[in-house]
Design a protein around this ligand. Structure first.
Ligand code: DX5
Ligand code: ZN
Length: 219
């Protein structure tokens, strides 16, 4: 079953509890995607672990923290302590990705690694069994509302092939420009977890947008 993770980057930051509520409910968001940016790894700044901790208390929806930060090896544990159920670090920023993935799992969260558009998946093939999810970015990380990069579809396909070749149960997430116009292509290429920011929060009924995206992603 396809999973839809609305990104609160496109929500009203002064009303995060209500914004989480708007996409929650029975067939609502599977996870809430929380974009953490440090203005070093990406040219934008968002929120940190204290906000994650408050959000954790405000919603029952599990939190999927996407760390677009330098030194994830140092900072990831704080996000698990704050209540993240899944922590994604970037391959380009991690000093010791295997050690970091093992530490995230040992602390009780799902371990996930993200690849920027220019980072190939092949060098990480042997590392996949250490992960619960791989995130293929379909825009340059840093901002919501950017256009989906079609040229990432072959990478999604190759990643799916590698996951299947090794018989892994891990999830394959896509993030950036995912909408009604692009989600089917991502699903056909083999993605099964879909982050959607503007496509969900710019909709009149965000919960209905989540349901519609999920139905479209069932290929
Ligand atoms: C971009 C973030 C995304 C962003 C997606 O750097 O990682 O999660 O919120 O927003 P949309 O869906 O609008 O591209
Ligand atoms: Zn993200």
């Amino acid at each position: 079953m396809a999973q839809i993770n609305p990104s609160i980057l496109s929500a009203d930051f002064a009303r995060l509890a209500e914004e989480a509520e708007r996409v929650g409910g029975a067939d609502g968001a599977d996870w809430l995607h929380v974009d953490v940016m440090d203005n070093h790894f990406v040219p934008n700044l968002t929120l940190g672990a204290p906000v994650v901790e408050s959000l954790r208390k405000a919603t029952d929806t599990p939190l999927d923290c996407h760390l677009m930060i330098e030194e994830p090896d140092r900072w990831a544990p704080a996000y698990i302590e704050a209540g993240a159920g899944s922590v994604t670090f970037h391959a380009e920023a991690a000093a010791a990705p295997v050690r970091l993935a093992r530490e995230i799992r040992a602390k009780g969260a799902r371990a996930s690694m993200a690849l920027k558009p220019a980072t190939p998946v092949e060098p990480y093939e042997d590392l996949l069994p250490e992960l619960d999810m791989l995130l293929v970015m379909t825009v340059e990380p840093g901002f919501g509302g950017q256009a989906f990069l079609d040229i990432m579809l072959p990478k999604i396909r190759r990643t799916r092939q590698l996951i299947d070749k090794h018989g892994l149960q891990m999830w394959l997430q896509v993030d950036g420009g995912v909408s009604a116009a692009t989600i089917e292509r991502c699903a056909e290429a083999g993605a099964d977890v879909f982050v959607a920011g503007s496509a969900v929060y710019s909709a009149e009924d965000p919960a209905a947008a989540v349901r519609a995206l999920r139905a479209q992603a069932e290929v």
